[in-house]
Ligand binder design. Structure first.
Ligand SMILES: O=C(O)c1ccccc1N[C@@H]1O[C@H](COP(=O)(O)O)[C@@H](O)[C@H]1O
Length: 211
């Protein structure tokens, strides 16, 4: 199972989290977020990481030019689109970035929102389900109603996100069967400052679940 820890801002924390077993690190490229990091900062963190660890930039309603420039400067292996990007936008981005993983985040307010997975599954490599929050785009700590996701099996791989913590992750994974999980605020001391003890606890809990 893929394990993505998002909202990395400090090189030493990125390195430690990769060493603990994260398969992907996420970097928030949304300027309004308290977890924002510039492309140059991401590149500095990335230099210290093992090459097999995915480096994902998180964007929300950025232009194609902004995304492509950040991918180039920061040496990202993937982009997560966390806003209201259309399927058409995803198709165009795919043409510009043929070798970069495109992860489309869907913020789920009602179960009807899950139907979007069919259309986005055709233009994104991977989907990510996050909880809807009226004021915040992400990093909200809000969980999805996992029981409603028991039958969710899109045509492409997907991450479960939204309010996951070392305390609730096993409960989530008994109800939902994602290809990966994504955690941010659930393993933080404050926005952008990861709590390495909480991250270690997460990996202890996941022992035996990671194939
Ligand atoms: O974390 C942020 O500040 C953020 C800002 C804008 C878009 C997405 C953001 N984070 C994403 O939110 C989810 C879940 O976070 P949490 O575990 O509930 O705290 C995660 O996918 C982040 O990539």
């Amino acid at each position: 199972m893929r394990i993505k820890i998002c909202g990395i801002t400090k090189p030493e924390q990125g390195q430690a989290i990769a060493h603990l077993g994260a398969t992907a690190l996420g970097f928030i490229c949304v300027q309004a977020s308290p977890r924002y990091v510039s492309a140059v900062q991401i590149r500095a963190v990335g230099k210290e990481l093992p090459p097999e660890v995915d480096r994902i930039g998180v964007f929300a309603n950025a232009t194609q030019e902004e995304i492509c420039e950040t991918v180039a400067v920061a040496a990202l292996t993937g982009v997560q689109l966390h806003g209201i990007e259309t399927t058409e936008f995803c198709h165009k981005l795919r043409q510009s970035l043929p070798n970069v993983e495109i992860i489309k985040a869907l913020r789920i307010k009602t179960t009807e929102d899950l139907t979007q997975a069919d259309a986005y599954g055709e233009c994104a490599d991977t989907l990510l389900l996050d909880a809807y929050h009226p004021q915040m785009l992400g990093g909200t700590g809000k969980t999805l109603d996992w029981a409603t996701l028991e039958q969710f099996q899109p045509s492409c791989p997907w991450f479960l996100a939204g309010g996951l913590t070392p305390d609730n992750v096993l409960d989530a994974l008994t109800q939902v069967y994602p290809s990966g999980i994504d955690l941010s605020s659930g393993v933080e001391r404050s926005p952008g400052d990861k709590d390495l003890d909480r991250v270690a606890q997460l990996f202890e809990k996941l022992e035996g679940k990671r194939q």
